[in-house]
Design a protein. Structure first.
Length: 90
């Protein structure tokens, strides 16, 4: 069953709330995907899986196995942070 049958109020909300590139991506395919995106964003932002799991109402194991996905543009940020950290030890 499609999300439009389950949650008719969401039918145009993705287009209003998200940039066109995200609307076209698998990230916002259905409402439950937004949960994945939220938890991945929290984990990428906070960096503490225990805190994020507590807020999400999941165990750390569930959070990391199901929701810890890379987000668009985050790989470059992560690589830059790693490089900055390594430069501190040169």
């Amino acid at each position: 069953m499609s999300s439009s049958h389950l949650l008719p109020g969401l039918s145009g909300s993705r287009e209003l709330a998200l940039p066109p590139t995200v609307v076209a991506s698998p990230l916002a395919r259905q409402p439950y995907d937004l949960r994945h995106a939220a938890f991945s964003t929290w984990l990428n932002t906070v960096g503490d899986a225990t805190e994020v799991a507590e807020h999400a109402g999941n165990s750390v194991e569930v959070l990391l196995s199901r929701y810890a996905k890379g987000l668009d543009g985050r790989r470059e940020v992560a690589n830059r942070r790693i490089e900055d950290l390594l430069r501190e030890y040169e």
